[in-house]
Design a protein around this ligand. Structure first.
Ligand code: ATP
Ligand code: MG
Length: 388
């Protein structure tokens, strides 16, 4: 929720406004003078300003003038005396988002603040979009400590050739992170090859990875270059590595240790330089304990470990993620959705998200199909989410 700065020189109306806004979940700050309000805004503490015009050290309208120069995106709601139409017109012309007259009507107040808060999230979405244009691999968004840590680890891993093991539930962004590491690494102009170890039967997976000579087995008519070979100089992404069978695990371990591979049916080995990133949505430690995964391979793959948190543990990142999806999908779908209704946001934040970010993307896409206006409402969300 955005932070509202309440600027009024009298404590009684300030407390009154503070209580109404806090009841709706807004964070609030208070200020009694133009100078103090200006410095709090300067420090970036306020997302929305509720500004009284008569202040002891000057006029609120002068402050508004300054703000519309210095912080054109900051929504300011001006509070004027009853019947002071001239002042209200003046405020709107100077760039106020809205005005309220005293005595303040609760419903009007909340409507104005909620509109302003929509403007705030729209601006944040646009900032994110600009940011992602600047660096198309900075997909990893989020303000939670867990995601900041992930971003740090990506930065730390990228310049090296160390193996990275990415763990996390389905749909948490493991593939996105693997891509980001490759594209931020010195190998970015070399191939990035990926293979899903769960999708292929054993022998096929082996020949996909290591390649084979002609006649290596029945049906092998031509020589085939394996992904290890194709990815030479670049990165190989082993998705769902936990599905690999023990024989192949042993062969992979040898290839990593010797930095060399031999094609199936081949006699000589070839030097390769491949950076390995692997991902698993199963707990490898448990598979080691039950004898299904080799511990020595685990340590080779897990030089750097990145654990992606489930979406429900970072619900505060949902508005930003949803905003990014809306911007992208507006372009793809030819829509002009500008935001999400606060009630819908609350429902999205309360849901458990078993399918994580992938599911969030699908939910937003579906909501946009149903949405004819410019705001995603609670009714556009599936019942499992809206009925929370
Ligand atoms: N940080 C992010 N910012 C924006 N989109 C993201 C982010 N992380 C993931 N996504 C999106 O979520 C979806 C799922 O991501 P991804 O395929 O990387 O998940 P995964 O962890 O590999 O899932 P699975 O375990 O099912 O393979 C993709 O559409 C991806 O673009
Ligand atoms: Mg994946």
């Amino acid at each position: 929720m955005p932070t509202v700065l309440i600027v009024d020189d009298e404590p009684t109306p300030r407390d009154f406004l503070q209580k109404i806004l806090a009841d709706q979940g807004y964070a609030t700050l208070e200020s009694g003078t133009v100078a103090d309000a200006h410095s709090q805004i300067d420090l970036g503490h306020a997302d929305i300003v509720l500004l009284d015009v008569n202040l002891p050290d000057g006029s609120g309208i002068r402050l508004l003038e300054r703000l519309s120069q210095e912080q054109p995106g900051l929504p300011v709601i001006v509070v004027t005396g009853y019947g002071d139409i001239e002042m209200a017109v003046d405020a709107m012309q100077t760039g106020a988002q809205d005005f309220l007259t005293k005595p303040i009507d609760n419903t009007r107040l909340l409507k104005a603040v909620s509109r302003a808060s929509e403007a705030v999230s729209l601006r944040q979405e646009l900032d994110h979009l600009r940011q992602s244009r600047r660096d198309q691999y900075s997909w990893v968004i989020g303000d939670t400590p867990a995601m900041k840590r992930v971003a740090e680890l990506i930065d730390r891993a990228a310049p090296t050739a160390a193996s990275v093991l990415i763990s996390g539930e389905s749909g948490t962004g493991k593939e996105v992170v693997a891509n980001a590491i490759h594209h931020l690494s010195p190998r970015r102009n070399e191939p990035f090859m990926d293979i899903n170890c769960a999708a292929l039967p054993d022998q096929l997976l082996e020949s996909e990875l290591f390649g084979h000579e002609a006649q290596a087995f029945t049906g092998a008519t031509k020589r085939k270059h394996g992904l290890m070979e194709v990815a030479d100089g670049g990165t190989l992404f082993l998705d769902e590595v936990s599905s690999m069978k023990p024989d192949l695990q042993a062969k992979l371990l040898r290839a990593i240790e010797e930095r060399a591979i031999r094609r199936l049916g081949g006699t000589s080995s070839m030097k390769i330089d491949v950076r390995i990133i692997s991902a698993s949505n199963r707990n490898l430690q448990e598979l080691i304990d039950s004898g299904q995964f080799r511990e020595d391979l685990y340590w080779r793959l897990n030089v750097i470990n990145i654990d992606l948190p489930p979406l429900r543990e970072r619900a505060e990142d949902i508005p930003a993620l949803a905003g990014t999806f809306i911007s992208k999908l507006n372009l793809e779908m030819g829509k002009e959705v500008r935001g999400i209704h606060p009630r819908a946001i609350e429902a999205l934040k309360a849901y458990r998200w078993p399918g994580n970010i992938r599911q969030l993307r699908n939910v937003i896409e579906n909501a946009m199909l149903f949405c004819d206006g410019d705001t995603i409402e609670i009714g556009h969300l599936p019942a499992a989410i809206s009925k929370m």
